[in-house]
Write a protein that binds this ligand. Structure first.
Ligand code: PHE
Ligand code: NA
Length: 501
């Protein structure tokens, strides 16, 4: 008998979904600026080192965990040891927090795709963004006054996401990525080709690539490189454990991790070229140095780009390509995060897919819709994003590596498991990078951000706001994880390896 666990249809389908999860907003609006700020062309050295000594090894560990135990994080860690289950639930709680705000940025991107057509932002995109579109309050508040222009698209984003998940791993997630990823690639390539042929593009590219070799000896540059790799590969909070739990028994784990990691980095490099060529055009147009226009995040996507689009011949099309790419890249990532929630609860309760999507996905959507399309939503998003990244993901990744590698001594058996079916064999090098390099680097990153946090308030937010939206949310995820691990779950559908054979 044994209720069949869902499976990917093909290896390519799994890879597309894994790449779709990794390639997100971070590739487009985070990497280009981080690289530019931290040595330009020379940043590639610490960046590649981070990819090879921490990113891909950790990716392989997550693939192996999910594949070996054929389970989402709570059950996978439970199989390692009963108390370790808390790590899995902690990762689930982090995914819950991230999903709630990540969806909001996707909603903005969809709306801005439409805004591009008539350049709805007028000649002051910054005022338009904060006053007209977000209707942001002057100071961070938690009062729930809704902004209809965000509420409605946010509901649509959630309906799409839950619709895809309800259709299942193969017929929903895999199929959606088979459409979205090629579409994203075509749109983004068109954007990059247009960008590099703009007048002034060369200046931008020079600014992006010119190496500042002195940066290589700067510790903070290395912290930035590892930070970008962890964020960009979305490792440390269970997404890849979840996706690889739906792999077939004979699957190439280390090879797949390599492909997904390299594909994500290639997309980042492409985005760096596109973004800086575009900024170079604007700098030439406005007669200012590239450095004056280079930024990241919301400021880059929703202020600088609208400005540039308004000043560009056929900017409408460029805008549609840019915001459309942002929306699609984000959507495929959101789908993967929410599947962690849905899959984890389904595995531990035995709940079937559709009820799990409705209950767990629905609850996440509800929290997202209640909290974020509000006049204080943008501040909440900003602070939650910062704290869940620095003190949720990083700490959870650190704890999971220490527990798996040192407390439970599971690297050898996990590596052996991967080696049974993988082309690239894992040996001592893998165990050393994962057991030593990764925890050391994560520890340094944590120390580094804690120091900054204590030195000055993030972005000058008031203490009370940082306490409530930052520290409480990050710690809350941990507490929630521990509490959920104490719930006496019904065993549910736990298909063991023997049953699958
Ligand atoms: N890795 C994604 C990126 O580069 C970000 C992400 C965060 C994806 C959280 C999934 C979950 O943008
Ligand atoms: Na990424």
């Amino acid at each position: 008998h044994a209720e069949h666990r869902e499976q990917w249809g093909t290896r390519a389908g799994f890879l597309l979904a894994a790449i779709g999860s990794a390639v997100g907003l971070g590739n487009i609006w985070r990497f280009p600026y981080i690289a530019y700020e931290n040595g330009g062309g020379a940043f590639l050295v610490p960046y590649l080192a981070a990819l090879l000594t921490a990113g891909i090894p950790l990716l392989i560990m997550e693939y192996s965990l999910g594949h070996k135990y054929r389970s989402t994080p709570p059950t996978a860690f439970l199989r390692l040891s009963r108390p370790a289950q808390a790590i899995g639930w902690w990762q689930v709680a982090i995914c819950f927090v991230i999903a709630a705000y990540y969806a909001v940025i996707i909603a903005w991107s969809f709306v801005y795709t439409g805004f591009s057509v008539n350049k709805a932002w007028g000649d002051d995109p910054e005022t338009f963004l904060f006053s007209d579109f977000l209707q942001a309050s002057d100071a961070p508040t938690m009062d729930l006054s809704y902004v209809g222009g965000i509420l409605v698209p946010l509901i649509v984003v959630w309906l799409i996401t839950l619709g895809v998940l309800a259709a299942g791993v193969r017929r929903g997630i895999e199929r959606a990525n088979k459409i979205f990823i090629p579409l994203l690639l075509v749109m983004f390539l068109a954007l990059v080709i247009r960008a590099v042929t703009l007048p002034g593009a060369t200046e931008g590219l020079n600014a992006f690539f010119t190496p500042d070799w002195s940066s290589i000896t700067d510790g903070s540059v290395w912290v930035a490189a590892y930070g970008q790799i962890f964020f960009s590969l979305s490792i440390g909070f269970g997404i890849m454990i979840t996706y690889s739990s739906y792999l077939r028994r004979r699957s190439d784990l280390s090879g797949s991790a390599m492909v997904a990691g390299l594909a994500n980095s290639s997309f980042e490099l492409l985005a760096g070229i596109g973004v800086f060529a575009t900024i170079g055009f604007m700098a030439a147009n406005a007669g200012v140095p590239v450095g004056e226009l280079a930024t990241s995040g919301i400021g880059l996507a929703f202020v600088a780009f609208p400005q540039i689009i308004s000043n560009m011949p056929a900017g409408e099309l460029f805008g549609v390509l840019f915001f459309g790419s942002l929306a699609i890249a984000g959507l495929t990532s959101l789908i993967s995060i929410v599947q962690v929630l849905v899959g984890s609860v389904a595995d531990r309760t035995g709940l079937r897919r559709i009820p799990a999507v409705l209950i767990v996905g629905g609850a996440t959507a509800l929290v997202s819709i209640i909290l974020f399309p509000t006049t204080g939503g943008v501040y909440l998003l900003d602070v939650v994003d910062r704290f869940i990244n620095q003190y949720g993901i990083v700490v959870a990744a650190l704890v999971s590596v220490i527990v798996v590698a040192w407390l439970l001594r599971q690297l050898k058996p996990l590596g052996d498991h991967a080696n049974e079916t993988s082309a690239i064999k894992l040996g001592l090098l893998w165990r050393v990078t994962l057991g030593v390099v990764t925890p050391v680097v994560l520890g340094v990153m944590l120390w580094d951000s804690l120091r900054t946090e204590l030195a000055e308030n993030y972005e000058g937010y008031p203490d009370s706001f940082l306490l409530g939206a930052g520290w409480c949310v990050a710690l809350g995820a941990l507490v929630l994880g521990v509490v959920l691990s104490l719930v006496p779950w019904k065993r549910g559908q736990q298909v063991t390896e023997e049953e699958v054979q």
